[in-house]
Design a protein around this ligand. Sequence first.
Ligand code: G6P
Length: 609
Amino acid sequence: MCGIVGATAQRNVAPIILTGLSRLEYRGYDSAGICTLENDEFNCLKTTSKVATLINKVKERGCKGFLGIAHTRWATHGIPSETNAHPHICGNLALVHNGIIENFKELKAKLQEKGYVFKSETDTEVLLCLIHYHQQDSNSLKEALLKALNEVTGSYAIALINKSEPGVLYTARSGSPLVIGLGIGENFVASDVLALLPVTRRFIYLDEQEVAIVTTDKIDVCGLDGKEHIKKAQDADLDAESISKGSFDHFMQKEIFEQPSSLRNTLTERLDDDSVRLETVIGLKKDSFKDLQNIQIVACGTSFHAGLVGKYWFEELTHIPCNVDIASEYRYRHAVVGNNSLFITISQSGETADTLASLRLAKTQGYKNSLCICNVNGSSLVRESDFTLLTRAGAEIGVASTKAFTTQLLSLLMLALIIAEQKGSLTAQKRHELIESIRQLPSLCEKFLSKDKDILALASEFADKHHCLFLGRGVMYPIALEGALKLKEISYIHAEGYAAGELKHGPIALIDRNMPVVVVAPDNALMGKLVSNIEEVRARGGKLYIFNSEEHVLKADTQTKVISLSDCPEILQPILFTIPLQLLAYHCAVINGTDVDQPRNLAKSVTVE
Ligand code: G6P
């Protein structure tokens, strides 16, 4: 979602902030803009196209200065248009904003009464005019900004510049992420560290409801009450290369093929002979889970699917009841919290608004502890949870989550083993066997990836279809859901995942020869049941695509294509059988010519509700 970049320096900042903006494209957006302070005047350029178009505009028309802000907008209030695109300007001020000002209508009406005329339909312009209005009864822009921020409800990350303060960048956050990048004689702000890695690796992470005044040599941070906050700088653990496509055509393709190494990273120095090391989970103690009686998982999108797999594992390996909710549902239902409950959030970004809101709600509901499984160290979820398990997938740029998902699954499995050890639900021998299986994961992942060509051939049969069903049973049911999600989000083919046993309760009515049915069918205890479901499809003329284990090859015929994949330990099947489904979605999208890495209407980081 919206991306912010800003800089104050003793050189032209336009190239820096435009590079930063390109590096935020992955978050998803529909328009972009830049504003620099040039000869004491704002120079503002916008586009409803890609950042590359904005860069060309800057080249053609010129836009430079030692102070500047830029933005990619994902429309919330008002259509994508140049008028609605940020930066917005009001008098001596220019503002970019990520988030939603919830009371913008009331504030707008008040400001209109005072004579303000609005050009755009955005809530951002309302916030800007409110700051501008408060300048009249304030001694400084800082004072006006604090007054305005204390009046708004909702979420924001902002960067603000003032014509009469040439070296000063004002920034603040509440509910939307923002980092400050530290340079030498120059400083920067951005929605995330990836934007600024070409210019710095040292960052200050703003906390909720903090305001920072950034100049070329100083960062002053305060709370919304104006009181000073002392902040520590941290080094980023990513480098600028983490967002290069290398020899791949798309980030998603690169990230699919990175999975053996991302899984290897997730495991590094975390396994002993018969246990997962305690320090795998930051903040954990030897007996943290000894009295654990209930687990609640909350997440969104692909991370929610990881949570659904986690439920099967937690209940099987730890014997602790586990509930899984979509975050946007959890936060508005009246959850009953059991004794000694652990609240787990799963998130690639650590900034998803609904997941974060659920964690904050959970903290008031009587959970014993909170734990987040997250890919971004320093993110809001990490900072606000008691315990953290970092997935170590590396930067994920493709909107469709791939390596983040498989490393989330691996992390859940390791967490289940830690809990099982503390609860005594598995013998050391059984834990040893599972750990030996887990060690094979990166090399097995390579074997599954080697089927890429077969899956490309399959995709060519699929790409012209309009609908598709994905079936799985047991722990493979969430994998069917994830396969369907991947296909629909990047190829725009309508796809639904079903528990195969549910077929006869509705979706079977859809089966005919135009409806491809993908079955995730590794060799496991539910194979017999699944075969019956496959026959139900076959009997109705449905076209079947079965992802199967070599050990238990199902029969192919004119109606049935079988893709046989390497045998693997049953515990790893959900992780490994995800890979061909990712490849299928990827190739269908490429054949259909969609924007694989930035599919229409989607955002990588959903920082508004
Ligand atoms: C967006 C992304 C998905 C992601 C979901 C949850 O919808 O497009 O790929 O699964 O957000 O994001 P999170 O960062 O919390 O895992």
